[in-house]
Each structure stands twice: as C-alpha cells, then as structure tokens.
Ligand binder design. Structure first.
Ligand code: WT7
Length: 653
C-alpha cells in the first residue's frame, strides 16, 4: 500500500450515482485515525498540501507541551497567504461560482450572491483602503461589524496584507470593545453605522466613539455604511464606502510565514480578564479546511450554512476560513432565528437550498419551543447533514433536530471544540453510528486523554470519567495568549503537566465514545457562549452600591446555563426591584447583553471558609434548587448564612 492509499478515504461517489457514500467511511476513519496518531508527521505532511504554499514546508511538526517550554509550531518553514488560499487560487476554476451568499436581517431585502471574482475585488479594495490608513504586516486591526459581507472582506483583507485581525462581537459593549482595542494596541477599528438584527438596530459607530474615548488618540476608525443612519463624525473617522469606491481592485498578497499570527480572538476564562487567543496562518488554515470538508462531508457545489456570528471562533473557522479555503459556497446571515418569525432559519435553508446546516443547541431548543409547524412550512429536501456546536445537546433537542428538521435522514455531527482549538476536536463523522448527546470520537490527529482530576493520573480503559486533556498538539491549536505567553502556559498546561487541559469534564463510555460533561472551572456556557463568572463578578462589584458578589451558572431551559448572581450590598443600601434592574443594565453596559444576570439574589452574606474563600459549591447547589445535598458546611465561618440564602433563593423548580 502506498502512502496515498493509506491516508486517502477510499470511495467517493458522485451525486449523479444516487445517494452519496460518506466521504470517510467507518473503516476509513479507523485506518486514517490510527495513521494520524501513529505518525503525525506523515499524516499532516500530506494534509498540509490541501492548501497552496508559496514556499513549501519541509518541517511538519515541532511542538512541545513540556513545562517551561510550551512551544507549538506547524509547517514552520513554509510560507503562504491565507487570503490567496481562500480566494485567488479558486479564480481560475470557479471565478463565477458564488463564494458567499449574504442573507440580510429582513427577508424583504434581497440576498447577495458574491462570486469568488467579486470577493477578490472587494477584498483587494478593502486591503488597499487599510494600506492607505498605514496598516501593514503585523499591525492589529479590530473589527466591530454586523454580519455583513464587509466583515468577511475585512478579515480577508487583513490576511492579505499580513495584518492581524481581532473581531469583537457586535453585541459587546463599548467598554469591552475599548479593552480589546487597547489589549492588542490596534491601529484601526473597522465598524459600521448601525447593526440591524432581529428588526432592531445597535448603534455600532456611537459605541465605537465611546470605546475610543479610552484609547490612544491615533487609533483610526473606518466606518462602513450599513443603514445610512445618522452618526457623528470625528477627525479619526474614514468613510469606507467612499474610500473603497476609489481603491484599486488589485492588491498582491503578502508572503507570510506559517507561524505568523492570523488573528486574535478574546475569550473568557475562569480568572481575570478575557484573554487574546492567538491563531497563526498555516496550521490553522489546514485544520479549518480539513475539518470543514471531512466533518460536514462537504462536496463541490454544496451550499453550507453555519449560523454563528463571525464574532465567535465558529464564524472564523466555519463561515469564512474553512469553507472559502475549500472553494465552498458559504452563507452569512445577518439576522436571528426568530425574526420575523420562528420559521426564519428554515425559510433561509429552503431559499438557498442549503445542504449542510450548522447551529447551536440553544437555537434548536428555542425553535423547538415554537413548534414544528414552522419547520414544516418549508422545503428542506436539500439538507444532507446537520451540525451542533457550543454545548452538549440534550436528547430531546437532538431528537427534534433529527426528526423534524432532518426527517430522520441527515446525520447530526455534534462537534466539540473551543476558541483555543481552532477547529473540531471530538465529533462523529457522517458515517459514525450516532449517539444523541455525545461528541463521540476524536478528529484525525487528536489524542484525547481522560485524567483523574486531583491526582492528574491518566485513566485508561472504558466506562470512565475525568477531565479532558489532549496528549499532543494538532495544527489548529492556539499558539499563545496575545502578549502573555506565561498566561498561556499557566491556563492550559500547568494543572496537568505535559497535557493541554480543555477545562471540560468528560466520560468515556463502554464503547470508547466521549461525552462532554461540562466545564470543571468557573466558566459558564450561556447560549453556547463562554462567560467567566469572575468577569461578571468584577462588573457587579464595580457598581457603587455593591460590596461583594458571587456568580454561578444554573440550568436554563433555552440557554443551557443561566447566570445566577448573589449580591451583597454596601452598608446602608436597600435591596429593591429598581436596584435589581439597575444592576442588570449595569452589567449589560459593562460587558454586553450576553452577560446580563438572569437572576439576582440579595445576599446579606456569602458562605465563606474561615480563610475567606467563597464556597462556590454551595452557591451552585442553591442556584440549582438542589440544596438537599449541600455536603459539609461545618467548615464555614458562619454556617447560618446558608439558611438565609436557601430561604430567599430565586430559582424554585
Ligand atoms: C466550550 C468552548 C468552538 C465552539 C463554540 C464555543 C463547550 C463546545 C461543545 C459540544 C459539549 C461543547 C465546552 C468548551 N462546548 N462545543 N459539542 N458539546 N460542549 O467555543 O466559546 O470557546 O467554548 O464550549 O465547554 O470548552 P468557546
């Protein structure tokens, strides 16, 4: 058997021959997976060739998880340009094929079909505009845009000129935006006048103006007109529409090293401020492209829809970089699942004949609640595969997704991964025998390890539970925390030496399939988005009337987890509903709407140990309305506070 035989999936049937055989069969998976972990150099040397290199790499993998020397490099001596891989290399064969279908917030407005050729022009224009503002290789650009084509143009334009983008989700507050602009010392922030979403409009430009009050004077602002609504204009503002109309449609791609940063994306952790996850160019693109093709069984001509926002990593890897590297047609949706009604997702699927649909359990639960008649109104016969991401999918939602949306004929890939991992880590493939609620098996090259949480010992065998770590690197792995490599090591490699620690717990069942059991740190998962409890706490205590606060997650029917805040007021302050509202609004403005506490309980005192450590375990139990099993409370400095908290709990099931 030649190398090619060993690593290639065997049968690829064409659509004309009837139903497609899965791209990777069960036998292929087993054989290729073994090969990928036995000899990662050989496996990734081949996969590395799925993208175009300017200078081909000769070194494949050079990675170390060794304490004190965390160093991750893939394809390190290769050079490439990510935007050329996502655009230019497709021009000859598919210049007139649609690259991006843009579906606007309102179904009354027309969708845009952007061909690879037009994408090329628009990205070059944006790249030249950025160059005109003095942006060059290695400079940082913050993108704070709605889900409009210009967001993709901006990402690819940065990649084209070698600038590093950092996208800030348009739902984040001016404070959060300002912190991220300062965090990476950005030269330019790209924003829009307004962001229409679900029929409402967020004033992005005015948010940006507020954010920039706390930034250096020389940060420039490039403004895209989305609605044409009124905005104020300052000296540092530049009109994107005017500048791009005059800009050249040619911009030659910068030659970048495989390990040059492609983007920074801030994400919440269990402590302190969000950290800037850094992804680099070569390995990330190979991994995003391969997972997009293999997990979703993407074939030429398919229409792929990932409903995420480009403000999250899912949008980076599976709206823009993965699909475009594969020459796919990818949908960019500006709206929300329930506007103008609960049939919107399905209307868009039917309208654009979507073949693969990828969304989050929270959206499925919300739509399930609206009733199946919303789905049945629309023709979903082009759907071939469904995907889920962001949190474990509960069996009820899984079954509804399978039966009502997929009509029992679409495999559901439950993809477990993280901002840090760049692409899928654990996921069934379309050929896998599925288990509802399980991410099941590692992707190629991924080496999951289950560790005993306290001793850190490796737990072998099946039917076991522990914390999920990775035993080796994969090309899509983050490389560092922006400006703080020590924090990178501390966060991911210090609890369990020699391993990458995911922060999640997991179970490996009797068959060897993996089930994610949720975060084991102080990170909660609200509607598939990560929120550090420490972040919400520090926002709350920044309010003048708040003395102390502890935040935990609790089960929430639609969001997966809701935010439960215990708040102790300053002496002399009286609890009231008005103050509760005030605190909710406060957190929204400090961080953004996604961080707004769902429940706030006034706590005259918090349960603390004699050394002053808050006993979160107890607070979690009370928030879950499960105080029958509080465990040992005898070590508390003042056990009586617990009775008060139970009596006044907010979540009564
Ligand atoms: C955390 C990462 C990258 C995807 C979007 C979220 C949880 C993610 C699953 C899944 C169970 C999941 C984990 C993980 N998670 N996907 N399929 N099953 N849990 O990215 O914001 O970086 O959050 O989301 O807890 O650690 P993120």
């Amino acid at each position: 058997m030649t190398t090619e035989d060993l690593l290639d999936p065997k049968v690829v049937s064409s659509a004309a021959e009837g139903p497609l055989a899965p791209l990777v069969s069960v036998e292929d998976y087993t054989r290729m997976y073994e090969a990928s972990v036995q000899d990662p150099h050989r496996f990734w040397a081949k996969e590395g060739k799925r993208i175009d290199w300017i200078t081909p790499f000769t070194k494949v993998k050079n990675t170390s998880f060794e304490p004190g020397n965390i160093d991750i490099r893939w394809f390190e001596d290769g050079t490439l340009n990510v935007s050329a891989n996502c655009i230019d290399r497709h021009l000859e064969a598919r210049g007139d094929q649609t690259a991006i279908i843009w579906e606007p917030d309102s179904p009354e407005d027309p969708a845009l079909h952007i061909t690879y050729r037009n994408l090329h022009r628009s990205v070059c224009r944006m790249a030249n505009v950025l160059k005109g503002l003095g942006v060059g290789k290695g400079d940082r650009v913050v993108i704070y845009l709605p889900m409009i084509p210009e967001a993709a143009y901006a990402m690819l334009a940065c990649a084209r000129i070698g600038a590093i983008h950092s996208i800030v989700f348009a739902g984040f507050s001016p404070d959060a935006l300002g912190a991220r602009i300062n965090g990476c010392d950005a030269k330019v922030v790209i924003t829009a006048d307004y962001a229409p979403r679900g029929g409402r409009k967020t004033p992005l430009k005015s948010n940006t103006d507020t954010a920039l009050l706390h930034c250096k004077d020389d940060v420039q602002c490039l403004v895209v007109k989305r609605t044409g609504g009124q905005t104020t204009w300052t000296d540092r503002d530049h009109d994107y529409n005017a500048l791009s109309a005059d800009a050249s449609v040619d911009c030659s791609p910068e030659e970048m090293s495989a390990e040059d940063p492609l983007f920074i994306l801030y994400t919440s952790g269990s402590t302190g401020q969000p950290k800037g996850v850094v992804h680099t160019s070569g390995g990330y693109l190979v991994y995003a492209a391969m997972t997009h093709e293999v997990t979703f069984d993407y074939r030429d001509g398919d229409v792929f829809w990932c409903t995420a926002d480009v403000g999250w990593v899912t949008g980076h890897s599976y709206i823009v970089y993965g699909p475009l590297a594969n020459g796919a047609t990818t949908i960019m949706f500006e709206g929300v699942p329930t506007y103008p009604d609960a049939g919107r997702f399905w209307q868009v699927c039917a309208k654009h004949k979507v073949n693969q649909f990828y969304t989050a359990p929270t959206a499925i639960r919300a739509l399930m609640g609206a009733g199946k008649e919303w789905v049945e109104k629309h023709d979903l016969s082009d759907l071939r595969l469904l995907g889920s991401v962001g949190e474990p999918i509960n069996p009820e939602a899984w079954n509804w997704y399978n039966e009502v949306v997929g009509k029992g004929k679409c495999p559901i890939v439950d993809t477990f991964w993280q901002t840090e991992t760049g692409g899928h880590m654990l996921t069934p493939l379309p050929s896998t025998k599925l288990k509802p609620g399980a991410a099941q098996q590692p992707f190629f090259g991924v080496r999951p390890v289950v560790l005993e949480p306290t001793s850190g010992e490796v737990i072998e065998g099946n039917g076991v539970e522990g914390v999920l770590c990775m035993g080796d690197s994969w090309p899509g792995q983050m490389r560092t925390v922006w400006g703080d490599h020590a924090r990178f090591e501390k966060t991911y490699f210090s609890d369990y030496k020699g391993y990458y620690f995911s922060g999640d717990g997991c179970r490996r069942d009797e068959d060897g399939d993996y089930w994610i059991t949720g975060r084991v740190d102080d990170v909660i998962n609200v509607s598939g988005h990560r929120m550090g409890t420490a972040e919400v706490e520090s926002a709350l205590v920044a309010h003048a009337k708040v003395a102390e606060s502890a935040v935990v997650g609790y089960p929430h029917d639609v969001k997966g987890q809701g935010i439960y805040a215990y708040v102790t007021l300053m002496n002399g302050e009286e609890p009231s509903d008005a103050l509760r509202k005030e605190l909710e609004t406060w957190v929204r403005t400090e961080i953004g709407p996604i961080a707004k506490p769902d429940l706030i309980q006034w706590a005259p005192g918090l349960p603390k140990t004699r050394s002053g450590k808050i006993m979160r375990r107890i607070l979690r139990k009370i928030a879950e309305d499960d105080f029958g099993s509080l465990g040992d409370t005898s070590t508390l400095a003042d056990p009586s506070v617990v009775d008060d908290l139970i009596e006044n709990r907010m979540n009564r099931g």
